[in-house]
Design a protein around this ligand. Structure first.
Ligand SMILES: C[S@@+](CC[C@H](N)C(=O)[O-])C[C@H]1O[C@@H](n2cnc3c(N)ncnc32)[C@H](O)[C@@H]1O
Length: 340
């Protein structure tokens, strides 16, 4: 099944840029703002393509104070302690396919073997495999807080010459102005302070360097929203743009991505929903000043509340393993060219 999911809705015909239901289109927001005005570009659109209306095309606003049980470093560490065992075989095929990865990396402009690249929250190296298609692996560094995820990356032959190290996305162990490209895929949703992580992206890049952050978007369907809020952070598209701009990036762009078999549906908050890029304006640190880190990982935790958070967060995550399967079945049974 995984391989047919990877191929997904191969025959999908996009048929126009207008939503017959008036619920937004692939190049407008729910608030009616054109994506181009927000620095956004639609995904998977060919010039001759027409658009099959998704029921909802963009994230909606959400309360700031949701539990997000796994959006903390300790919980994320233990979450990936177990998930790393099956990650490449069970998680990626449903959420983050090779064709999505290659589309998402295009705006990062990786087309030179000499570029110095860091992949933050690189995990098992799935995204790094897309990077080393263009860049000399000797110039690529993978950093992640999970030794268990990194152990899987170390086993991959094409990544043998990469530098692989443990570290925190919100506090990168690199000097200022070190890299030509900063890539981070599917990690921001676990960072307690995404703005701090994006500020770090700015700091470690050289002037003119490009940061590319790939991550989920907030769902609009009520049940998906409920589980998203229990699990981790699903940012709104506007938030990504704001974090990049606050950190000092120029030319901030957002490209929507999603599995083919979703046929453009975004109401469930795609696990990998967008790829956001920005260019470092000038050398040195980010103009954004932040206080000390919000989360102290050394602070002792109550084991009971930790376990409860962990279990509830993991249950919520399971919902998002089931959604792509549900969407895949819908794609199989709905006639080609029809909205699902
Ligand atoms: C969904 S996986 C993505 C892995 C990989 N980038 C990919 O494309 O498959 C998220 C990764 O982010 C890592 N992570 C979460 N919080 C982090 C943090 N604060 N610093 C560094 N890595 C983090 C996790 O350990 C995990 O490996």
């Amino acid at each position: 099944m995984a391989s047919s999911m990877l191929n997904g809705a191969e025959g999908l015909k996009l048929t126009g840029m207008r939503s017959p239901h008036g619920l937004g289109s692939m190049n407008s927001t729910l608030h009616g703002k054109p994506l181009s005005k927000m620095g956004l570009t639609p995904f998977n659109l060919r010039k001759d393509a027409k658009f099959v209306a998704p029921k909802c095309s963009l994230s909606s606003s959400r309360p700031a104070s949701q539990p997000r049980f796994i959006q903390h470093k300790k919980e994320a560490f233990w979450f990936y302690r177990f998930l790393s065992i099956v990650y490449d075989h069970v998680i990626n095929p449903g959420h983050w396919t090779e064709d999505m990865r290659d589309e998402a990396l295009k705006p990062a402009d990786l087309y030179s073997p000499r570029l110095k690249v860091v992949d933050v929250g690189g995990g098992t190296g799935f995204t790094t495999l897309g990077i080393v298609k263009h860049v000399d692996p000797k110039n690529v560094t993978i950093i992640d807080q999970s030794p268990h995820q990194l152990a899987k990356a170390r086993q991959k032959e094409p990544l043998k010459e990469c530098t692989i190290m443990e570290g925190d996305a919100e506090d990168l162990p690199f000097p200022t102005d070190s890299f030509d490209r900063y890539i981070s895929a599917g990690s921001i949703e676990y960072w307690p302070e995404p703005q701090r992580g994006i500020r770090e992206a700015y700091r470690v890049l050289r002037q003119g360097g490009v940061a590319c952050v790939i991550g989920p978007v907030y769902p609009t369907f009520w049940l998906s929203r409920f589980f998203a809020d229990m699990w981790m952070l699903f940012p709104k598209e506007e938030e990504y743009i704001e974090w990049f701009k606050n950190a000092g990036f120029k030319d901030v762009q957002l490209k929507r991505i999603g599995p083919k078999w979703y046929r453009g549906v975004r109401r469930h908050g795609l696990i990998m929903g967008c790829s956001v890029t920005g260019v470092k304006r000038q050398p040195g640190d980010s103009p954004l000043q932040l206080g000390p880190k919000a989360e102290d990982v050394e602070r002792p935790v109550n084991p009971f509340s930790f376990l409860l958070r962990f279990v509830l967060g993991s249950i919520a995550a399971t919902y998002f393993v089931l959604v792509p399967i549900y969407m895949w079945i819908k794609d199989q049974i709905t006639p080609k060219g029809m909205p699902i």
